[in-house]
Design a binder for this molecule. Structure first.
Ligand code: DC
Length: 223
């Protein structure tokens, strides 16, 4: 086996990054968090006060900067021009603006080219919104991970509380539903299940069960 790509797509809060990272670890595959790439650009654009509606300016910012993802024990360490921005890309402000930044076609084309180059000829698990439909239409395994809005909000709420941070469940639910809508209705490469993706609804599943389901689907394809 040379390259072998696993695409995991799905809406915000379905648990993609947690299970994608752990599944990659157990498989000995590289984990590529594509959401972190859009988040990094959003953070950099906000910091540099670039108009988030200006897709040329955003793409120029991306093309003129060094964006690096480095696997770490807690997930992915993200560097923008060698500065560690891992924590900065998970703020509320970035959450609120990342859908707009990632809706631009020119931005997406530049990101997709990078993601394809990162995955090429590698054994890798990529998680995102358009991996199975756009980035890697020939991925060996395609999974669409989902869960009810209620359950996704409940998980985010618990995560916040576990970190000792304030959290408003109803507000989280609204934010998640809003992001679903923006990601699913954007014109170019919306969040969509690939025809040949296997749907895994995690509403009633624990993390271990989801990881095992993914490992099972990968094993089925690699024999
Ligand atoms: O997975 P995440 O929440 O970190 O993703 C952040 C945002 O980036 C999400 O709202 C949609 C966008 N995204 C995308 O459009 N395409 C991807 N492949 C990954 C993320």
């Amino acid at each position: 086996m040379n390259g072998f790509n696993v695409a995991i797509d799905g809406p915000a809060g379905a648990g993609k990054s947690t299970v994608a990272k752990k599944a990659a670890e157990r498989l000995g595959f590289l984990y590529i968090d594509t959401g972190a790439m859009y988040r990094a650009l959003t953070y950099a654009a906000l910091t540099e006060r670039i108009d988030l509606n200006d897709e040329h300016a955003l793409t120029a910012l991306l093309e003129g900067s060094a964006l690096e993802l480095e696997p770490s024990s807690t997930g992915t360490t993200v560097y923008w021009n060698e500065k560690n921005i891992t924590a900065d890309i998970r703020t509320d402000l970035v959450n609120k603006n990342v859908s707009l930044v990632s809706s631009h076609k020119e931005v997406r084309l530049a990101m997709v080219a990078r993601q394809q180059a990162l995955a090429k000829a590698k054994k890798a698990v990529l998680d995102g919104r358009d991996i199975g439909t756009h980035v890697l239409p020939d991925a060996n395994v395609k999974i669409f991970l989902t869960a009810s809005v209620e359950e996704r909000a409940r998980r985010r709420h618990q995560e916040q509380l576990d970190k000792g941070l304030p959290s408003d469940f109803e507000k989280l639910k609204e934010d998640i539903a809003k992001r679903d809508e923006l990601d699913s209705t954007r014109l170019f490469a919306p969040l969509m299940q690939a025809e040949d993706a296997q749907v895994v609804d995690t509403t009633e599943m624990g993390i271990e069960e989801v990881i095992n389901t993914i490992l099972h689907l990968v094993k089925e394809q690699s024999v």
